[in-house]
Structure formats: structure tokens, C-alpha cells
Design a protein around this ligand. Structure first.
Ligand code: SF4
Length: 213
């Protein structure tokens, strides 16, 4: 758990971000800890909902995927796919899920979400398809403004995320983004979510601990 000064700052900052999200027709909540975040997330997903997810360390770290697998839900589990074809089919099924779980690569103080995908299933589902998108984001994802958020995503999150997948990109060899376009590049679609046309479709749980990258 964060020390008391970090906790206090996170709580105050989250309050501002949640107000900014509301102006953009997105719902925000604050959880002090991973455990609290898990309880809030589960309270938002009605029993018997169909639930899928995109690649996210954050939802894994708070135990949300396991809790959903063990709970009263119809689960679209892309992680259980036998091969790439089955994974693609499951990712497409997620577009008709009741709830889609993900994190965000960054969120601005003014409530703008910034995400970057290689193949695109996660940012596609964020933009369109699932009736509800539930985002879990540690306060380490907070950035001052859109430019800082994009810089965070491209220069901090992406080079670390790249190491989770096979490939031969410059960041995998040297730890720094070199703006590559080569096979295995995980930086294809940069999506900036500045509003939700459907109020409350996107729900964000900000967590007062570091989660993901
Ligand atoms: S080097 Fe390529 S894959 Fe790595 S972070 Fe930069 S654009 Fe993405």
C-alpha cells in the first residue's frame, strides 16, 4: 500500500479526475487499494452478465479475471484460446459482451483516456461494441495532459509491454522507443477517448496503488 502522503495526494487527485470524467460522460470511482478495487468492480457487474477482457496487467493484479472466472458470469476467456485463430474469434465475441474489462495506458488529469494497441482488439472494444467498458487504472497512469499521456504511453508503457511479446523491435533490445514500423511493432493504433456519447458506458475505477505499466 502507498504511504499516507501518497494516499492523500492520490485521493485528492482522483476526486478531480472523477469530476472531469463526469463532464465527459464517463463514470469514475476511487479505490484506495487493490482489494477495494476488486470489490467495486464486482459490485458493478450484474450476475449472469457476459464478460470479456482485453490484455491488461491491472485487471490481473487486482484479481478481477480470476474472480470473474469463478463467479456467476458467462466468460469470454481469450486467455484460454488454443491458438491465434481461436483467440481472434473470442476477441470478436467480446464486441457483444455486456461488460468488457481493461485498463487504460494513461489517463489525463482532465479525464481523457489514451490507449495504444498493436493488433487493435482492445481499443476497438473500447470505442464500439460492448454495452459497458469497465476500466481499472492505478494512479501511476495519471498524466498532466494529453501530450504527457501520449509520451507516457509511447515511451514508458509500450517499451515495457513490448517485452511481454516476441519480436525484434528496437525497444526490446534497448529499452527505448525508436518509433519503429517493423514487424512485431506493438504500436499501431493510438486512441484518444475524450468523450462517451453513451453516458455511463465507460466506467473507470482509479486505484491508489501502482498497477500495470
Ligand atoms: S520501438 Fe516500435 S514497438 Fe517499441 S515502443 Fe517504439 S514504436 Fe513501439
Amino acid at each position: 500500500m502507498a504511504d499516507k502522503f501518497t494516499q492523500e495526494r492520490n485521493r485528492m487527485a482522483a476526486e478531480k479526475v472523477i469530476a472531469a470524467l463526469a463532464r465527459r460522460h464517463m463514470d469514475g470511482r476511487y479505490a484506495e487499494t487493490k482489494e477495494e478495487a476488486l470489490a467495486i468492480a464486482l459490485s458493478l457487474i450484474p450476475a449472469h452478465s457476459t464478460v470479456g477482457w482485453g490484455g491488461s496487467m491491472s485487471i490481473e493484479e487486482i484479481g478481477l479475471k480470476d474472480a470473474v472466472r469463478q463467479g456467476p458470469y458467462h466468460v469470454i476467456d481469450r486467455d484460454a484460446a488454443k491458438d491465434a485463430e481461436e483467440r481472434k474469434a473470442l476477441e470478436r465475441q467480446c464486441f457483444s459482451a455486456d461488460y468488457y474489462l481493461m485498463s487504460t495506458n494513461a489517463i489525463t488529469e482532465d479525464g481523457i483516456l489514451v490507449n495504444l494497441d498493436g493488433r487493435g482488439p482492445r481499443v476497438a472494444a473500447l470505442c464500439y461494441g460492448p454495452d459497458h467498458v469497465l476500466i481499472v487504472a492505478g494512479m501511476n497512469k495519471l498524466a498532466a495532459d494529453t501530450a504527457s499521456a501520449v509520451a507516457r504511453v509511447r515511451h514508458t508503457a509500450a517499451p515495457i509491454n513490448a517485452l511481454r511479446f516476441p519480436g525484434d523491435t528496437p525497444c526490446r533490445k534497448g529499452g527505448l522507443c525508436r518509433d519503429c514500423l517493423q514487424p512485431g511493432c506493438i504500436c499501431s493504433d493510438l486512441v484518444i477517448t475524450r468523450n462517451s456519447m453513451f453516458p455511463g458506458r465507460i466506467q473507470v475505477i482509479l486505484v491508489g496503488e501502482d498497477l500495470g505499466y
